[in-house]
Design a protein around this ligand. Structure first.
Ligand code: HEC
Ligand code: HEC
Length: 350
């Protein structure tokens, strides 16, 4: 464990103990209001520990989890690219494109946190553009088993986790790390995904300019960003992008062009969080919009009959665009962990 990571964890643990209700800050008004809490929720079935986090970090960066040993979680969720890949759609094993844009892993520890549910159950947190997986633990099974993402054709869905377990057991550093995190002979599909999820829960930024403003530090948000917040609300963006995550975590139909993807059915997709949005272009489930100006342009022309929550929604006009951008930038000061392990126990290049 590097000193930096150790410090981050200690802060997390310290703050977990304090139990302050930061969401109840006076002055936090409106549907897009509220700072992210300092307390990171973890499921009772998988309490976070330092040993799990450190193991999960190695697994996240190690291509040993892929059938062809050629791709890791971090290949599509790179710390240097705000835990995404800057591609329209991701490239899977053997460099074959997959069908969707990679979401960031940052702050997924808070998926499900909304104005109505301020203490969401981490074991049922919605994941993916179509919310088809629940919890970070279950999500992590997906890419390993998916043919085009990490599995490759050499193994079938039933074979891949037993194969990965066998590989990890043969690497002494992993055997020791699993012992430390879970006890003897504990390498399994469940403990693999539990340690990855524990690591992902440390990838948060809960004290950005916007959060500090919401906690009462008036000068933390520039005048432009404050005007942007007003414009964001006036234009109805917070009908869906509400709460501390700027998401209601509900499914909505926007009619994004250039996609045959039906999402969760009938072209509906989960409202994405706007946390760190200024660092995660291109946008939408198919990566079809290259920058925020294109997103604003999209909302100026959106067909408001497609979804009840689109009623009265307007894209920011030319005068408002810079201000709304300033607001969105205040959701990302870049204070998250961008480190990567120098090497991984398999010796593979990541
Ligand atoms: C080939 C690129 C690729 C690889 C490898 C990959 N991912 Fe992803 N990740 C994606 C894409 C694309 C999505 C969106 C998929 C969808 O919605 O169907 C995604 C979504 C996610 C999400 C959901 C975020 C949210 O807000 O719902 C998490 C968490 C995640 N990935 C973690 C991981 C982990 C952990 C691994 C390794 C076990 C991994 N990913 C491997 C491309 C990848
Ligand atoms: C009806 C609910 C709803 C409203 C209102 C809404 N959005 Fe969205 N937003 C979504 C959904 C759902 C997506 C993902 C759509 C997709 O990929 O097909 C999205 C995507 C985005 C994205 C891209 C996110 C990413 O990670 O790629 C941005 C940026 C965004 N919206 C900003 C805004 C702004 C600014 C407004 C106000 C003008 C707004 N939204 C209004 C539901 C909404």
């Amino acid at each position: 464990m590097t000193p930096h990571r150790l410090a981050v964890l200690c802060v997390v643990i310290l703050l977990t103990g304090c139990g302050t209700d930061v969401l109840a800050t006076p002055g936090a008004t409106g549907r897009s209001s509220g700072a992210l809490p300092f307390v990171i929720p973890d499921p009772p079935q998988n309490p976070t520990s330092m040993a799990k986090v450190e193991l999960g970090r190695l697994l996240f960066f190690d291509p040993v989890l892929s059938g062809n040993r050629d791709i890791a979680c971090a290949s599509c969720h790179s710390p240097q690219l705000a835990y995404t890949d800057a591609r329209t759609v991701s490239l899977g094993t053997a460099n074959v494109p997959v069908n969707r844009n990679a979401q960031t892993v940052l702050n997924t520890a808070f998926n499900g946190l909304t104005l109505n549910d301020r203490n969401p159950e981490a074991s049922t947190a919605p994941m993916f553009w179509d919310a088809r997986a629940r919890s970070l633990e279950n999500q992590a099974r997906g890419p390993v088993k998916a043919l085009g993402e990490m599995r490759g054709a050499a193994f079938d869905e039933m074979q891949i986790f037993p194969e990965v377990v066998r590989r990890l057991a043969e690497i002494p550093a992993y055997a020791a790390a699993f012992d430390a995190a879970f006890g003897a002979n504990a390498i399994s599909e469940d403990t693999i995904v539990q340690s990855i999820a524990a690591f992902e829960r440390t990838l948060v930024d809960t004290n950005d300019s916007y959060d500090r403003f919401q906690r009462g530090e008036a000068a933390a948000l520039s005048a432009a960003a404050q005007r942007g917040l007003a414009a964001f609300r006036r234009n109805g963006c917070d009908h869906c992008h509400s709460g501390p995550m700027f998401s209601d975590f509900q499914l909505h139909r926007l009619g994004v062009a250039g996609s045959a993807d039906v999402g969760a059915g009938n072209g509906t997709f989960r409202t994405p969080s706007l946390r760190n949005i200024s660092r995660t272009a291109p946008y939408m489930h198919n990566g079809s919009l290259p920058n925020l100006d294109a997103v604003f342009q999209f909302y100026r022309r959106v067909d408001d009959r497609l979804d009840p929550a689109l009623r009265g929604v307007r894209g920011p006009d030319r005068n408002e665009a810079a201000d709304v951008k300033a607001l969105l930038e205040a959701l990302s000061d870049g204070t998250f962990d961008t480190s990567a392990p120098a090497t991984v126990p398999s010796g593979l290049i990541h």
